[in-house]
Design a protein around this ligand. Structure first.
Ligand SMILES: Nc1ncnc2c1ncn2[C@@H]1O[C@H](COP(=O)(O)OP(=O)(O)OP(=O)(O)O)[C@@H](O)[C@H]1O
Ligand SMILES: [Mg+2]
Length: 332
């Protein structure tokens, strides 16, 4: 199976310039992640269907960003396995052992798993078109003219046809985030991850970004969105996942999880978010600053931080249950 979006139809006559290749099936099995002694993900199992929309909710520190970052191997897992369309992410199987892939191969995999960050992470020295065209040129070798033509199409799609040649500093936060979405789409990802895409925005700019994300639903790409925008989740999600303390507490359709949560922790969280939103509606004063990310997230195609040297991976066959055991020497 090819994970290379460069093999997708890529011509000027493409009838769906806005749609990516078909959505990927994401399977997350038994995923644990620790930072030193701190276990941040404590056994995550989640199946995300091709083309579906999943919204992840949960209190600060519950592991939402970490989970997203393991999906494209910005964070290597400590245990467990993540696959997209059956291809293990970040690791290569050899017999019953998993070895971490080399950087180049991880980058290739990452071309099919786009990510949009809270803080945009645009390249400051490049125009909007430059930002969107960069990854196809660098990662897929698309010629400059073609990459830039496609970039203009994508920027038009996100409502920025008048901003092709401006730099990020000349754009509002909402516009910068729309460039970031266009950039993520440029590689025609199978899966698109959004980590609180609107929480760094002034309230009046939130809706324009949500509208763009809404327009991407049902277009084929699998979307996984971490957000506190509950009414948006209700509108767009097929599945809402509520996380707390590194575990999935419950998941299901929005009408269940948001309106009839089974767990007290979910109820308490929703209550807090709703109360906060109402308070913000009533109070014209600036809302509290967005939560600070634990570390600046690099662009999706940025060099990955070195993994923990003692990371181990649990070998799991994607198709048949295998005896599980930990690798002793983790080498890539
Ligand atoms: N690179 C890191 N090194 C050490 N600890 C980390 C790192 N990244 C995250 N953590 C810790 O992992 C826990 C989960 O963090 P994560 O960012 O996944 O939470 P979150 O649910 O996204 O929270 P928020 O809603 O505030 O964004 C936190 O306690 C955080 O401090
Ligand atoms: Mg987060």
């Amino acid at each position: 199976m090819s994970l290379h979006p460069g093999t997708a139809p890529h011509t000027d006559t493409d009838p769906h310039p806005d749609t990516a290749s078909l959505g990927g099936l994401v399977e997350i099995r038994g995923v644990h992640k620790s930072f030193g002694d701190l276990e941040v993900l404590r056994g995550i199992d989640l199946r995300i269907d091709p083309g579906s929309v999943t919204v992840i909710l949960g209190p600060s520190g519950s592991g939402k960003s970490t989970l997203l970052r393991t999906i494209n191997h910005l964070e290597p897992v400590s245990q467990g396995l993540i696959s997209v369309d059956g291809e293990v992410i970040g690791y290569r199987r050899e017999g019953e052992l998993l070895h971490e892939l080399h950087e180049k191969e991880v980058l290739r995999q990452r071309t099919s798993i786009g990510m949009v960050f809270q803080s945009f992470n645009l390249f400051a020295h490049m125009t909007a078109v430059g930002n969107v065209a960069e990854a196809p040129r660098r990662a897929l070798g698309v010629p400059r003219r073609e990459a830039e033509a496609r970039a203009r199409e994508l920027l038009t799609l996100v409502g920025l046809s008048d901003k092709f040649d401006v730099y990020p500093r000349q754009l509002s936060g909402g516009q910068q985030q729309r460039v970031a979405i266009a950039r993520a789409l440029a590689l025609r990802p199978k899966v698109l991850l959004f980590d609180e895409p609107t929480s760094a925005l002034d309230p009046e700019l939130v809706e324009e970004v949500l509208a763009v994300i809404r327009s991407l639903t049902r277009a084929g790409t699998t979307l996984v969105i971490v957000t506190h925008e509950i009414s948006f989740a209700r509108d767009v999600a097929d599945t809402v996942v509520f996380m707390d303390q590194g575990r999935i507490v419950e998941q299901g359709p929005p009408a269940e999880v948001l309106d009839r949560p089974r767990h007290e922790r979910t109820r308490a969280f929703l209550q807090r978010v709703r109360t906060g939103a109402e308070a913000a509606d009533e109070d014209p004063a600036p809302t509290s600053p967005p939560p600070v990310e634990p570390s600046p997230a690099p662009p999706a195609d940025a060099p990955r931080r070195p993994s923990h040297p003692s990371a181990t991976a649990l070998a799991l066959d994607p198709t048949t249950p295998l005896p599980r055991y930990l690798t002793e020497d983790h080498q890539s």
